[in-house]
Design a protein around this ligand. Structure first.
Ligand SMILES: Nc1nc2c(ncn2[C@@H]2O[C@H](COP(=O)(O)OP(=O)(O)OP(=O)(O)O)[C@@H](O)[C@H]2O)c(=O)[nH]1
Ligand SMILES: Nc1nc2c(ncn2[C@@H]2O[C@H](COP(=O)(O)OP(=O)(O)OP(=O)(O)O)[C@@H](O)[C@H]2O)c(=O)[nH]1
Ligand SMILES: [Mg+2]
Ligand SMILES: [Mg+2]
Ligand SMILES: [Zn+2]
Ligand SMILES: [Zn+2]
Lengths: 210, 210
């Protein structure tokens, strides 16, 4: 029976499949080039010995990001969205049949875009936004929906703070203004700064989930 | 008679209005924070004495960018897209009734997004893409449509090259591979480097248009 299912209903179906695996699923969203893949690389390096991790890669075309991650020995599934500027629940569902084992952690890298990916549930536990310092500290004001919905906001490329106009405290205040409960981490995916603190937080979440 | 007009048809209507003014109209597209407003500020500073310039600002909400530009004394019209991640021809048409004089140059700053804005004609002469060095030199491969369609590609934030992984020649080769006729400028909207060369190119275009 060809029933037209809404994105929300499809996301609930995805959620049920992830719940059977008892996985923590995080939807990672940022502008193009803010450092989603670099951040995931660092998190995987920290946690792959202790946890079973799957990365689902959403990109317009190609396998550039998934081949970077495969080099780390982590399981990766690539989804090409072709024309869509975001992953939705139906596209994400395409990855599910190829999941052959139970994962503790599923990291979903969305298409680089600060607008539309925030509007589509895909079955995640929560959204993690990445804001990079070169973009400017006004992004929470100019692209509000993502910062309003994200449970976690990672401020990346903090190694570039001496060279850019980004005011860290101002950015944090603006994020908190949009979303008082947001948990904010400042990191550098290049130098590794801040990754231990983030991974400690993530481990606690993984253990709570069990 | 409420005729359903396609975006292309609406863009053609916009084009006719701009042609009556004999204006050069440029649609400026980039990721969030790549430097569209900063670049426009620099171009306006260079050319506002000699040419009549209008800036049309497309943003999800607010007037942050238009108030930066109004400080330069240039005419600005703000369009808020609310939920849309791009300007289309209908939204752009909303700005037209408030155009009270003939402009030589109309700069349209689109919503920060490397995907959807490239798909919508809005009545422009051409698209100008801005790629900033912190985003990485792989963007022409990962977000190909814009680089394929843009007549001009500006590589911005070249002052940050010593601190980021961006390979300038590699990026240029990738852009040329997607679009052999693309005209590429490397600039820094912060230091002003490369702006004289770009403005000389733009003046020639303005004079050819006359
Ligand atoms: N200086 C600095 N550069 C970084 C950092 N994190 C990532 N980069 C660089 O930023 C560029 C983009 O990084 P990616 O990890 O590919 O970003 P992304 O968000 O995955 O990009 P897309 O998937 O294409 O949207 C690359 O040149 C990285 O080397 C950081 O913390 N500091
Ligand atoms: N280092 C450096 N920073 C720059 C340069 N151009 C712009 N910036 C900074 O980059 C950030 C974003 O610049 P904007 O001009 O607001 O970028 P935008 O593309 O208009 O951003 P949105 O309209 O919000 O998408 C700000 O902090 C600027 O100061 C540059 O050439 N070099
Ligand atoms: Mg990536
Ligand atoms: Mg701007
Ligand atoms: Zn889109
Ligand atoms: Zn969109």
């Amino acid at each position: 029976k060809p029933v037209l299912v809404s994105n929300k209903e499809r996301a609930r179906e995805n959620r049920k499949i992830f719940d059977k695996m008892n996985s923590l699923v995080i939807n990672i969203i940022s502008s193009p080039g803010a450092g989603k893949t670099s951040f995931i690389q660092k998190v995987v390096e920290h946690l792959k010995e202790k946890y079973r991790i799957l990365v689902i890669e959403g990109d317009i075309q190609g396998q550039i990001d998934s081949s970077r991650l495969m080099k780390l020995g982590v399981d990766v599934i690539q989804i090409n969205t072709v024309t869509e500027c975001h992953l939705d629940a139906f596209m994400t569902a395409q990855a599910l049949p190829s999941i052959k084992k139970n994962y503790d952690l599923v990291l979903i890298e969305n298409v680089g875009n600060l607008v539309c990916p925030a509007e589509f549930e895909i079955g995640e536990d929560y959204k993690l936004a990445i804001l990079s310092t070169p973009e400017g500290d006004d992004k929470p004001l100019k692209y509000p929906l993502l910062f309003h919905l994200a449970k976690v906001v990672v401020i990346n490329k903090c190694d570039l703070l001496p060279y850019v106009d980004f005011k860290l405290q101002k950015a944090k205040d603006r994020i908190k203004n949009k979303n008082p409960r947001a948990i904010i981490f400042d990191v550098s995916a290049k130098t590794g700064k801040g990754l231990v603190r983030f991974c400690t937080f993530l481990e606690k979440e993984l253990n709570d989930k069990k």
